[in-house]
Structure formats: C-alpha cells, structure tokens
Design a protein around this ligand. Structure first.
Ligand SMILES: [Zn+2]
Length: 454
C-alpha cells in the first residue's frame, strides 16, 4: 500500500515536470523540421513585400496587404478569419525633398518625411540651420537664435552600446520629441539625423509626437547629416530648403485576426502577432512583414504537425503600429468590451535575423518552468528568456493582466534597415526567418501545454 502511494506521488511529480514528458522534445523537433523545410511563409512574405510596399494605415496598399493576408490565412485552414474594424487618424505622405543652398546652388540631400509631418507650401520653406546634439542643448539656447530657423538634431546612435535597441532608445528622442520642442521654441521646421548605426545614404523615417500644431519635419541620411554638419562648420549661416507634401485623413481600417480553436479551453487565447503596416518608403520586410509571417507560421505549424492546442491560437496582424499605434489599442478595447480572455501574448517586431531569445513581461522570472523552456530551446539557439517588454501592439493588454512576451533576433543589422528603403525582401534569410517561426511556435506550445503558473 505504502509503495503504491509513493509510486502515485512519483508519477504525479513526473507528470508535472516539463522535461520529463518525453514527447515534448520530439514535438519541438517536429516543429523545427517542418519550419525549416516549408517555404510557404517565406514566399508569402515576398508577395506581401512585392504587392503591398509602403502599407501605412489608410493607404491603398494597407488594404491590399490585409486582403492578401486574409486569403493566405483562410487557405492555411484557420477555423475563423475575421477583420476587426476600427477608425483612426492617418497620414498620407506624397513626397519630401531637401537641398542645401551653397553658393546659390541647390545640393540635393537624401531625406524623407517623418510622420505625421506638416506639409510645406509648394515652393518649400527655406531657412538657416541650428545644429544641436540633444533636446537639452536646444532648451538651453536663446529663443531668438531658434526662431524662424530649422533645427537639426544630429546626435548619432552610440556604436559602443552592444544592444542596438538600447542605442536606438537613447537616440530616438531627437525624432519622437525633438520636432515638437523645436516648434515650441519658434523653429519653422526640423531635421533629424536618421536613427541608423551605419553611415549610408538611406533616410530613415519614423513617428513624431506633436501635441499643439506641427511643423514640417524630415529625417536625413547619416552620410548627409555628416555632410551638413561639416558645411555648417565652414558656413554657420548656411540655409536649407525643405519641401513636404502630405495630408492628414481619418480612415476606417482593420486588424486581421485568425483563430485555431483550442481543444480544452477554446475561450482562452494564446495571442501571437506582428504589425501589417509599414512606412511609406519601404517594403517593410523585417519591419514587420517577417513578424506577420512568423506569427501565421505558428498557426500553420500547429495545424500541419497535428500538435494539439488546449487554448485557441489567435494570430493578430495589427494595423498601424508605426504611426499612432491604433491597432493595438483597438484590440485591447475590443477584448475588454467582449470579455475576451487572452492568456498569453507574443509579439514579433524586432527583425527576422538569427534567433537570440525571448523577453517576457512577468513578475516571476524565476519560474522554474520558464527555465526549463529555455533549456529545451537552447539546442535551437534560444540563448535567453529574460525580463523585458512585450511590444507596442500587445502592450495595451497589460492592464488586463495578460502575460506579454517578445521575440528577439540578432540586433546588430536591424537599425540599418529599420524604416527605410533598405528594408526589402532580399534582406530576409529563409533559414533565419524560419528558426524564429519555430522558436515562437515552440514557446506558444510550451506555455499552452504547461501553463505559466508554478
Ligand atoms: Zn515594427
């Protein structure tokens, strides 16, 4: 009798251990085997990049992108595919250019509009340039030296910072908050050095926050930022001419949602997603076409391998991560209104390079299950599951108590592509992309099977 008791207790302990379940490593291998031999998602990413580049919210290409991906998810055999409609402000960029005025000649620069820049008059605006390295430097200047001029924020990303996302976050205030400050101090326009670690000719766009009116605001390539800075040293009275043609609209738009029904808890969702929109100047291959296709791969891989999901898998391709982040907010509001139980959410929006690991937004990183998950994924190149943010699109779910997570791949080249024409499909490596798809599917599988509670 006593022996039977110990036997039952031992069996129970074994069952609760992740690694002791011998089929778990086999399922993970099955996921990787399938992902690394199926080119379906890679081919669909090429189609998305080719047919719907510059798919910013409200643009014709944003609707083409949603149609393309809706059909793709239907063909994959999702149980439900639907559009979650919402309305949002949007900004359409028609053109942007700038020239230095040197000895009466115009020297064309590599620039692009930041969103949502104000338009200039058709003939453009022309003024002297005030170069600063930080918002603080600008704040300390006399208002008279800024009024009527064009402010040029020229602090480079710090190349000695190993995590380029960290370097990005340290430099990006010049783009996100600089233009509004320049306006407040009387500038008529602003230029931001592209938030790019590399020296090249690509202007990198991105979002700007304005609160009280706006001014024309552009990004300049890093090579040209160096050039303008040098020219200013020789001639501090140097002038620049800027032209921007853009418009503000309000649009109806959609998040695209596809579900694969769960076998035990169909009303609980394992959310996985990326954003379907991309800036006007790019195919948006790494940002974030790849995140969208890695997310649809989670659904495809569950379905094709016959792996059972207890909860429903919900793929969300969010609209408008780039400009106003309206898609993420709209899904969180929709979840709240409809009492939807999102158990876990994983976002892929940090590039599709060689996998590194996952960030997880939890108060309990010492959860032994997470450590076991990481051990299981280590042979596949997942080096960490560490504390960190989930991402812009799933972020609004945090107040609803959802555990958030984000996929991270090698980050050294990401900011050479981010928000610029260089982010094209030819920069996607099939194997690297699919190692990410498989890693994401494995994490969803592990958390769905074994839960997060200890
Ligand atoms: Zn993105």
């Amino acid at each position: 009798m006593k022996n039977l008791f110990y036997f039952l207790l031992f069996s129970l302990l074994i069952q609760n251990s992740v690694t002791a379940q011998s089929e778990t490593p086999l399922w993970i291998k099955t996921i990787y085997d399938n992902a690394l031999t199926s080119r379906q998602a890679y081919n669909q990413l090429e189609l998305l990049c080719d047919k719907a580049p510059g798919r910013l919210i409200g643009t014709p290409n944003s609707f083409i992108a949603v149609d393309l991906m809706k059909k793709y998810l239907e063909d994959l055999g999702a149980d439900t595919v639907f559009l979650q409609k919402f309305s949002s402000p949007a900004w359409i960029c028609h053109s942007a250019s700038a020239s230095l005025i040197l000895n009466g000649k115009e020297i064309k620069l590599h620039v692009d509009a930041l969103g949502p820049s104000a338009s200039t008059p058709k003939s453009g605006i022309q003024a002297e340039i005030v170069e600063v390295m930080s918002l603080n430097e600008l704040r300390q200047m006399k208002k008279e030296s800024i009024e009527g001029k064009i402010v040029f924020f020229n602090r480079p990303m710090n190349p000695t910072t190993i995590n380029t996302f960290q370097a990005y976050s340290e430099a990006v205030d010049q783009r996100s908050s600089g233009p509004a400050l320049a306006k407040e101090l009387g500038a008529i326009g602003s230029i931001t050095r592209s938030v790019n670690m590399n020296l090249d000719d690509f202007p990198h766009t991105g979002s700007v926050r304005f609160s009280d009116g706006k001014i024309p605001t552009i990004a300049i390539s890093t090579n040209d930022a160096e050039k303008v800075s040098q020219a200013l040293k020789a001639n501090p009275k140097l002038k620049i001419k800027i032209k921007v043609d853009a418009e503000d609209i309000v649009t109806n738009t959609y998040n695209l949602i596809a579900d694969l029904k769960g076998s035990e808890k169909p009303d609980e969702y394992m959310v996985v997603g990326g954003h379907i929109d991309a800036w006007h100047n790019t195919q948006g291959a790494h940002d974030d076409g790849v995140g969208c296709l890695q997310s649809t791969e989670v659904l495809r891989l569950f379905k094709e391998t016959g792996m059972k999901n207890k909860r429903s898998i919900r793929v969300i391709l969010f609209m408008d991560e780039e400009l106003y982040q309206s898609g993420g907010k709209a899904y969180a509001a929709y979840s709240k209104e409809n009492n939807i139980k999102n158990y876990f959410a994983l976002e892929s929006d940090a590039g599709g390079f060689t996998p590194l690991g996952f960030m997880i937004d939890t108060t309990n990183l010492n959860n032994p299950k997470l450590q076991e998950f990481q051990k299981l994924l280590e042979p596949y190149g997942i080096h960490f599951i560490i504390h960190g943010g989930g991402g812009v699109d799933i972020g609004p779910l945090k107040t609803q108590g959802v555990t958030l997570s984000s996929y991270r791949s090698d980050w050294h080249r990401y900011f050479e592509l981010h928000h610029c024409a260089n982010d094209s499909f030819d920069k996607i490596n099939f194997r690297e992309m699919q190692l990410g798809s498989a890693a994401m599917t494995s994490l969803i599988y592990l958390i769905d099977q074994f839960d997060l509670a200890e």
